[in-house]
Design a protein around this ligand. Structure first.
Ligand SMILES: *Cc1c(COP(=O)(O)O)cnc(C)c1O
Length: 831
């Protein structure tokens, strides 16, 4: 891997004069190549080129970052602090260049020394500090905050290992550590001067302060350190560069010295290792919580470092005090993962500032706002009281104190109603007692939002009806969005250039301008250009499929993609049942007239989620059969691309014809993959779930394939008593494909038989996500897709109208709504 990447010889006379911008960048790159990497043009490897180039780009961002910081500090501006345990950022080089307006000069600067920009940028590891949609949303929102000149700081954890790297071995998922830092992380700046102490464990004791007042003290704690790394976040076409500050844990010296004196060397080193463990690894569970101590410690570590940093910044201006804290500070909680911040700020105000409860609670509840991301019960965080007590004994007492306050509110509203108190309480009783982080987040925040219209409606009606009655107006909707800079401008340069040629280049900051494309939706020449670009993107993806799956696919087939975390509620297995049905129809009738399709999957399963892993194995096993069956005659290909991540998404999405968004209605809070795909001209086949509902409203009923049970129908069916066997017995084809899957046909001689496990989950297991109930409607919708694709003009028109009509789903629109409705945040122009 570290073979030198020598300049392709280029005679001096053949060189064109570099633009001043390119010459500047080149000088800077060569400087870092020599003095940071210690290389000359002959010995530099591709990685050396990458790091030198990124460092040169970072310099430009730091200059703007200093100007931004100065404008914010001098103006003593109100800021938004975005707290998220996850940021799924991907690669930064191309996006930073596009946002800075330096893409072309940089390509030129590298080409002039014989380096290919695409080769250099491919050296970058994805920053995979997130699991899926929630972490990607945080990354899109940072891009929009800077682009819209809003003063903001993102806070997160500097995980040493991000989400695992996925490989397939005989079709099984195998996880490998993601050691993204090993070759250096040139975007980040270390900030040792802002290191924060973090206390943990210990016990509480009661004392009287010097005014004779009773106080709690948190004593005998262990101390570790939070060490910050800053990643500059550059806006598109503006001067604003905000920062993302990520905390790494370190052991303190006195931490191990004390142990050293008490116990000895080995113990001391072991304890030191614990301090460094906290930020070591991202938990790889998407939408499940398993209540592990280290995860609670991570959450507390993160919120205390971030809060102390926010408070330090606020008080660094002598004009500021606690009285104007809530005027200057808004803190957004990305799900309940950072909800301990509510309690930690209370602890600081009560114990360190000596405030009375009422005043402290008044400040806290004007500062926080909470975004809910899911209704799934297994995703709602609950911390067992004994664990909470052990790690954060003082915080548990404060939770009880907040709960007393809440119970008094509840009693005033519903006198004597103990059932209301039971559901609203911060403490779950009757079983092992647990702290309910969602309830804490609702109570501690001045605003709570869902992430799509349907989701917010269900949040109010089904998850939090009592809170909705107790706090009228607190619950609002902000539908998710995606940044058009990454998800169209950067990932699909061909389509971007075509759009520019028709409507100019203002759309990346004003995505509603894409509406202007509608007038060419029926123009055959534009249709041909649009579909020719899709075909080129499919050729590019075909090369990746060949490289990573060893399968040949035709760019003339329909590319049908389902890319997202592997989860039962997302129903990759429903997709698989349809594939089996098509395969069966084909082997029984090889002359069957089917539109040739390539089914593309990409998904990681949580390492402990056995059924999700069984679904991966089943898809891979069916793929191996289908792809090698001569009777299929190339009409069907099934590929599962390994290691789904942002950089892979950026290659798949521009090449997709059909976007699979087939979750059980009521289960997908919003989805954002659906938006990325529609923006790139893929048609959606989907249920009326999450943001699919709003995508349908925008693109029009004729330009989307909707099928399946609605939320109300799902609930009615469950109320009647859902029995998957009814569907099994009533549908001959469904019965056949389920039994085929459950045999050992696709996994001869393998034990355990994982496809049989998938079948069992759908029958004996009760099919909790109603895949069998939606199977027939799904197949019918797929037949409509097949018919639409045969009409090339019709399909082109539909695809163009998708791109033209999804401007609403820009994260700039989402962030604009947060800024107006929740944060009351004004843009600050940086000179
Ligand atoms: C957008 C995105 C997601 C979210 O996809 P959904 O289909 O909304 O679940 C997950 N992972 C990556 C890498 C993404 O880019």
């Amino acid at each position: 891997m570290s073979a030198p990447s020598p300049a392709k010889s280029k005679s001096k006379s053949a060189r064109k004069a570099l633009s001043p911008e390119a010459a500047n960048l080149q000088r800077s790159i060569l400087h870092y190549l020599k003095y940071k990497m210690g290389r000359d043009l002959e010995s530099a490897t591709r990685r050396d080129w990458w790091i030198a180039t990124a460092t040169a780009i970072r310099d430009r961002m730091i200059e703007r970052g200093l100007d931004t910081y100065k404008a914010h500090r001098v103006g003593n501006v109100r800021r938004l602090y975005y707290l998220s345990l996850e940021y799924l950022i991907g690669r930064l080089m191309l996006n930073n260049l596009i946002n800075l307006g330096l893409h072309e000069p940089l390509v030129e600067a590298l080409a002039d020394v014989g380096q290919d920009f695409e080769v250099v940028r491919a050296q970058e590891e994805d920053m995979g500090l997130g699991n899926g949609g929630l972490g990607r949303l945080a990354a899109c929102y940072l891009d929009s905050l800077s682009t819209m000149d809003l003063p903001a700081v993102g806070y997160g954890i500097h995980y040493e290992f991000g989400l695992f790297r996925q490989e397939f071995v005989n079709g099984h998922q195998v996880e490998h550590p993601d050691n993204w830092l090993i070759y250096g992380a040139p975007w980040e700046l270390v900030r040792p001067e802002f290191t924060q102490p973090v206390r943990l464990f210990g016990r509480c004791e009661q004392i009287f302060d010097d005014r004779g007042n009773f106080q709690w003290r948190w004593v005998d704690t262990k101390t570790i350190l939070g060490f910050p790394f800053d990643i500059p976040v550059v806006g598109y076409g503006t001067k604003t560069v905000n920062i993302l500050r990520l905390w790494a844990s370190k052991a303190t010296e006195d931490f191990d010295l004390k142990t050293f004196n008490d116990g000895g060397y080995i113990e001391a080193v072991r304890e030191k290792a614990y301090g460094e463990t906290i930020s070591k690894v991202l938990y790889p569970n998407d939408k499940t919580e398993n209540g592990k101590e280290l995860r609670l410690v991570q959450q507390y570590f993160f919120v205390t470092c971030s809060l102390r940093d926010i408070i330090r910044r606020h008080f660094s201006n002598p004009a500021n005090g606690w009285d104007n804290f809530a005027d200057k500070v808004a803190i957004q909680l990305n799900d309940t993962h950072p909800a301990l911040a509510v309690v930690e700020l209370m602890r600081i105000l009560l114990d360190e500032e000596g405030m009375a409860f009422e005043r402290a609670w008044g400040i806290v509840t004007q500062v926080f706002a909470y975004t809910n991301h899911t209704l799934l019960p297994e995703a709602l965080e609950r911390w067992s009281v004994p664990l909470f007590q052990r790690v954060l004994p003082r915080h548990l007492l404060i939770v009880y104190q907040i709960n007393d306050h809440l119970m008094a509110l509840c009693e005033a509203k519903w006198p004597g109603d103990n059932e209301k108190k039971r559901v609203i309480s911060l403490i779950e009783e009757g079983g092992p007692r647990a702290v309910r982080m969602a309830n804490l987040s609702v109570v501690g925040s001045f605003a709570v939002n869902g992430v799509a219209e349907l989701h917010t409606r269900l949040l109010r009606a089904q998850l939090f009806p009592e809170f909705d009655a107790l706090y009228p107006g607190k619950f609002i909707n902000v539908t998710n969005g995606i940044t058009p800079r990454r998800w169209l401008r950067a990932c699909n340069p061909r389509l971007s250039a075509l759009i520019n040629s028709k409507i100019g280049d203002a759309w990346p900051r004003d995505l509603d301008q894409l509406k202007k494309l509608e007038k060419w939706a029926d123009d055959p020449k534009f249709q041909d250009e649009f579909m020719a670009i899709k075909r080129l993107n499919k050729l590019d993806l075909a090369a990746i499929i060949k490289r990573d799956c060893g399968v040949d696919v035709s760019p003339d087939a329909l590319f049908d993609v389902q890319i997202k975390r592997l989860h039962e509620y997302k129903r990759q297995h429903l997709n698989l049942l349809h594939i089996l049905a098509l395969y069966r129809r084909l082997v029984q009738n090889p002359d069957l007239d089917l539109v040739p399709r390539v089914f593309v999957f990409a998904a990681k399963a949580a390492p402990g989620y056995d059924l999700a892993k069984a679904i991966i194995k089943s898809i891979n096993a069916v793929a191996a059969r289908v792809n090698h069956d001569p009777r299929v005659n190339g009409k069907l290909k099934v590929v599962f691309l390994p290691n789904y991540r942002v950089s892979l998404a950026s290659r798949i999405i521009p090449a997709a014809d059909l976007s699979e968004q087939i979750s059980t209605a009521g289960k997908e809070a919003s989805g954002t993959g659906n938006m990325k795909l529609a923006l790139n001209g893929a048609l959606t086949i989907g249920t009326l779930d999450g943001a699919n509902v709003e995508i349908k409203e925008e693109v029009g009923d004729d330009n989307i394939f909707i099928f399946g049970l609605t939320v109300e129908e799902v609930q009615a069916l469950r109320a009647r008593g859902y029995n998957p066997w009814d569907y099994y017995h009533a549908d001959e084809e469904l019965r056949a494909v389920l039994d085929w899957l459950g045999s050992d046909y696709f996994v001869p001689g393998e034990s355990p038989n994982l496809p049989a496990m998938v079948r069992a989950s759908l029958l004996e297991g009760g099919d909790p996500y109603l895949a069998l109930a939606d199977f027939r409607a799904y197949c019918d919708a797929q037949a409509r897709v097949d018919a639409a694709y045969r009409d090339r003009r019709r399909w082109a028109r539909m695809a163009i109208l998708n791109t033209a009509r999804v401007g609403k789903f820009s994260s700039d629109r989402s962030i604009g709504e947060y800024a107006d409705k929740i944060w009351k945040l004004k843009p600050v122009t940086v000179a």
